[in-house]
Design a protein around this ligand. Sequence first.
Ligand code: ARG
Length: 400
Amino acid sequence: MGRATKVVLAYSGGVDTTVCIPYLKNEWGVEEVITLAADLGQGDELGPIQKKAIASGASESLVENVTQTFIKDYAFRAIQANALYENRYPLSTSLARPLIAKLLVKAAEKYGADAVAHGCTGKGNDQVRFDVAIAALNPNIKVLAPAREWGMSREETIAYGEKFGIPSPVKKSSPYSIDRNLLGRSIEAGPLEDPWTEPLEEVYDMTKAIADTPDEPTYVEIGFERGIPTSLDGKALSPVDLISELNQLAGNQGIGRIDMIENRLVGIKSREIYEAPALLVLIQAHRDLESITLTKDVSQYKRGIEETYGNLIYNGLWYSPLKDALDAFIQKTQERVSGTIRMKLFKGNAYIVGRKSENSLYSPNMATYGADDEFDHKAAEGFIYVWGMETRIWSDKVRG
Ligand code: ARG
């Protein structure tokens, strides 16, 4: 008896997930492997990937283009929550995992598979995200993770694949581990493992080096409706087109790079390089729009929710009761977060230079220092008397 009969394998076309196919069949007694590749706008050609899966022993090779869903139902939710893990990482990789998990579960149910599989190793966050999301969606499906158990080095993995006719990578393989989708790129390993080493320019692909950016700024107006970005410079765009265009505009100005040491869920620190031009710009713009459309208390309270929300995404709890409850809060707060943010993109920085909204709570007659000031200055005295009451009683006691 094998570990499972029929398995749907999350497939990227790389050596590791390809080797999973013969490994599952020959070492773990799986009878049938169906591969599933999710197109998340990573720009790979998925046609050859299908052929490769079949040549390596898969009975069927599925490719699903879910880029639009990915942006609309995952990324835009995260933008409404201003989700940044440890204040910096906009979760471009993390957000893809619950969607891939959903596709795996759906395919397993459709094809009558008793397990799903992925190629994650045992020390990353992605394995946690897959396993927990799959369990949340269908607790009866087994999850197999061959790379967590096989204990093969990179060379051994390639050699194992060659035995089953899987060609070793043609190009000298890059020293980096790279994950990419329409939202961004995550780069780790190789020379980056030394936190003191500056990343070489070669690690970047979506963002220009400052030395190569234009000498003129780019201005862009980002339109939001209920916290969702819907237009650039007045032109309504689909979620995917909006992200693609903004990636271009911001990346061209060298915006969107992050170099950080982050705390993985499994307790280790890791050095990560990220590129996520559009996503970072959108969170910055969204936050600013909230600053004129939300009241002080909602806005300040939401900050705490945002941190929790970012942690939930990072820690694999996208499908969880707390996430659902926080979503209800966030959606309520977004009802009036509509308007336009004007940004200046220049030499690696995105600056907010203007904001407007029909729902603006900014009151010119209250804010102004000019002649049309309507604020009742005298009323401040009584307010401050009461506001400072506790402090004066304390001071009297301690110093009086
Ligand atoms: N540390 C990031 C995360 O957990 C990115 C991991 C991406 N994987 C990679 N092979 N670079 O979301």
